[in-house]
Ligand binder design. Structure first.
Ligand SMILES: [Zn+2]
Length: 263
């Protein structure tokens, strides 16, 4: 038995490898390497190398991974990618994608879509101008034209059509209903972000977070305000469970542009 054989754990590698475990561990290793790399680059490189080898030969590095990784991965919506999802096509409220948020953030910063200032993250001025121009063009179109724009913009095969005052998008792997406001913002995001050289799947993942940076209503061009669903959008009789849900909404038409995470 060689040293390498001693290190290998066939029960967690090869055909027995658990994809969610590998992904969770790869993310943990990458995050640890990145954190250390900020302090001292060689330390980051060593952790990345050793961690990757360990995940490759031993299946996982984080103790107890097989007991929690599949559940964790399912909770963040990655499960569908690994073919364990035998349910109906996934229903979703937005155009999400299975992209690591850290990767998405660094990609958007590198592409100049977002800029990091001492007081936070901002949408780059040129990117904002193009995003708002595209939204202005899209909002003039009919629902049918918007549906066509959604179908063309998304980086996967799907059919879009006007549904329940919004746009329904149906593909082999997922079904999404987007409000007109979301659809206008997200199509404009896809155009603006992909044009800056960002991978289309990363751009897809960016559609929801980018809406947080909106300053005008995608639907009507009105001003936006941070409020709660109690004070807009149909109040407590609306689709929201919690009247105190904080949202970015239009002062004029009441469209919800972004829902802030509950604390
Ligand atoms: Zn509006």
């Amino acid at each position: 038995m060689t040293l390498l054989d001693a290190l290998k754990r066939p029960e967690y590698t090869g055909e027995n490898r658990c994809p969610p475990c590998t992904v969770v561990n790869a993310v943990v290793v990458a995050a640890a390497a990145l954190a250390l790399g900020f302090l001292w680059i060689p330390a980051g490189v060593i952790v990345l190398g050793l961690g990757a080898l360990a995940v490759y030969f031993r299946g996982y590095v984080v103790p107890g991974t097989p007991s929690f990784a599949p559940g964790l991965v399912a909770a963040v919506g990655l499960a569908g990618v690994f073919g364990h999802d035998e349910d109906e096509p996934r229903k979703s409220e937005s155009l999400d994608a299975n992209v690591d948020p850290e990767v998405m953030l660094s990609t958007l910063l590198d592409a100049g879509v977002l800029v990091e200032e001492p007081d936070g993250l901002f949408l780059d001025d040129d990117a904002r101008a193009e995003w708002e121009d595209t939204m202005a063009t899209l909002r003039k179109g009919s629902d049918d034209e918007l549906a066509d724009a959604v179908e063309t913009a998304v980086p996967f095969e799907a059919e879009a059509s006007p549904e329940y005052d919004g746009i329904g998008l149906h593909g082999p792997d997922l079904s999404v209903w987007l409000s007109r406001t979301q659809a206008i913002a997200d199509v404009a995001t896809l155009y603006t972000v992909i044009e800056r050289g960002v991978d289309p799947m990363v751009a897809l993942a960016a559609t929801e977070p980018i809406r947080m940076f909106a300053e005008v209503c995608p639907s009507c061009g009105g001003a936006l305000e941070e409020t709660t669903t109690r004070d807009c959008c149909g109040g407590t009789a609306s689709i929201y469970d919690s009247p105190e849900q904080e949202v970015l909404a239009c002062e004029e038409c009441g469209s919800v542009v972004y829902e802030f995470d509950e604390e």
